[in-house]
Write a protein that binds this ligand. Structure first.
Ligand SMILES: [Zn+2]
Length: 471
């Protein structure tokens, strides 16, 4: 046996905090002990990590990332190695990325191809959701196979992007019915893409080509309408668990809250970009600068209280999870594809490294509690998506641990803290009152003393079970 002891820290869970030592046996948490108790028991750890004055929290779980994703003629700029390494730098120890099936393609073939891309490349553990971009009979049948045999228990569809990965209401309903029978989760990109495409064409015809029109052609009402429609379809399909991704608009949040009050199995996530960034401060920056923040759903106006409503939704559990929707592109040769035409800008923001940092700043600012930080960034995403050994510091759980230093500071920026494969930072200049100190992935130290000590290939594919948030 090889013991590691994380000693002297404050262990924080979703429900409380206490001074305790965490004893790790190999890859697994063996015990939570009173401070100093390990020595009294005669345990001689091979190594001791001093966490005095620091928080010891379960490693971050980011259930929405897009490594090496093909988008609009280019590929998101982090591959599985660079993206999971950046995640580790940010205190994240598990990601759930996506497999994308499109019209006419075999779901199992797309899964095999995605496994081949990720295998041996990841620095931390990873799982997959399956995107259904072309729901047909074969795709519906494959859903059950994935749940039973492949550890994929969540299926994402898009009400946006007609002609690319769009599903119509009949396709969505059928996939929901199938998921309802197996207990799988349906994830939804909820924006009315048919109406958005008409607005985009009108805007371009008027000569409106700047990045800010990306947001102005995707109004909050079209996020709210699609959210409402997805909820109604999920109800018709037998109250299948529905998870709305990357919520950005107050009006959409109202729909989720109403569904929850009606007792439906409806959940939602938001992302740091919607809590901290806005149309006016970022997307409307002069020239082509705004393209850095083109993502969908879009950044919203700071004058319409979306940000404060999202923070309130996080406190109230109307929003259960914070993910990043990490989908990085460089300005050079990538975002630049949309110069003179905002609709050609690759959609996405990189942030997998900064979620724990940014949401912790929400704790400092008094928006949420320390426990709620752990809950929304680690514990609930693990439970929501059937990662049974993740998201908690408990005997038997994987020894995925973030030691967080509340007395250190982090400055985010390309010449400061920045390990993602991007030539800019969406959070350039942001200062965080706290810092990632030490990160363990299944008992192995992967970040310490401002050094990445992990390696690609350490991360394993995790077969997920059904959501335990409902049962
Ligand atoms: Zn996404």
């Amino acid at each position: 046996m090889s013991f590691t002891l994380v000693s002297g820290g404050t262990v924080v869970s979703a429900v409380g905090r206490r001074l305790a030592d965490v004893l790790i046996d190999g890859e697994t948490i063996a015990a939570i002990l009173e401070p100093g108790r390990a020595a009294a028991l005669g345990v001689v750890p091979e190594r001791t990590i001093d966490a005095a004055g620091k928080y010891v929290v379960p490693g971050g779980v980011d259930v929405h990332t897009h490594m090496a994703l093909e988008v609009g003629g280019t590929v998101s700029s982090d591959d599985f190695e660079s993206g999971t390494t950046a995640a580790a730098w940010g205190g994240v120890t598990t990601i759930v990325d996506f497999v994308t099936q499109t019209q006419g393609r075999d779901v199992r073939d797309t899964l095999a191809a995605r496994h081949a891309e990720a295998a041996g490349e990841c620095a931390i553990d990873y799982g997959f959701h399956q995107v259904l971009g072309g729901v047909d009979g074969a795709a519906l049948e494959a859903m059950d196979h994935l749940v039973e045999h492949e550890g994929i228990t969540s299926f994402k569809m898009f009400m946006a992007y007609p002609g690319v990965v769009y599903s119509d209401d009949g396709q969505i309903l059928q996939a929901m019915q199938r998921a309802s029978r197996s207990g799988a989760m349906v994830m939804m990109h909820a924006e009315n893409g048919i109406a958005i495409d008409a607005l985009v064409a009108q805007s371009l015809a008027r000569g409106e080509t700047d990045p800010m029109y990306h947001s102005l052609t995707r109004p909050p009402e079209l996020e709210a309408e699609a959210t409402y429609r997805a909820i109604q379809l999920s109800k018709v399909a037998g109250d299948v668990p529905l998870y709305i991704v990357h919520m950005s608009a107050s009006e959409a949040l109202e729909q989720v809250a109403a569904a929850q009050h009606a007792g439906l199995n409806v959940f939602a996530e938001t992302c740091p970009q919607y809590l901290f960034l806005s149309l006016e401060e970022q997307l409307m920056q002069s020239g082509f600068e705004g393209s850095k923040w083109v993502c969908s759903t879009p950044l919203r106006s700071q004058h319409d209280h979306h940000q404060s409503d999202l923070w309130r939704g996080l406190r109230m559990n109307e929003l259960a999870v914070v993910s990043t929707d990490h989908c990085p592109f460089c300005m050079k040769d990538q975002k630049e594809l949309g110069m003179g035409d905002f609709s050609a800008i690759p959609n996405g923001i990189g942030g997998v490294e900064h979620r724990m940092e940014l949401i912790y700043q929400g704790v400092v600012a008094g928006e949420i509690t320390l426990e709620r930080w752990v809950e929304t960034c680690s514990t609930t995403p693990a439970r929501m998506f059937g990662l049974d050994t993740k998201g908690v510091i408990e005997p038997g759980a994987d020894a995925d641990i973030l030691v967080w230093d509340p007395n250190a500071k982090t400055k985010i920026g390309v010449n400061d803290k920045h390990h993602m494969n991007m030539d800019y930072s969406a959070y350039e200049g942001f200062e965080i009152d706290g810092a990632v100190d030490t990160v363990l992935s299944r008992g192995t130290v992967v970040v310490e003393n401002n050094t990445f000590t992990g390696r690609k290939g350490h991360g394993k594919y995790i077969k997920r079970g059904l959501s335990t948030y409902l049962h």
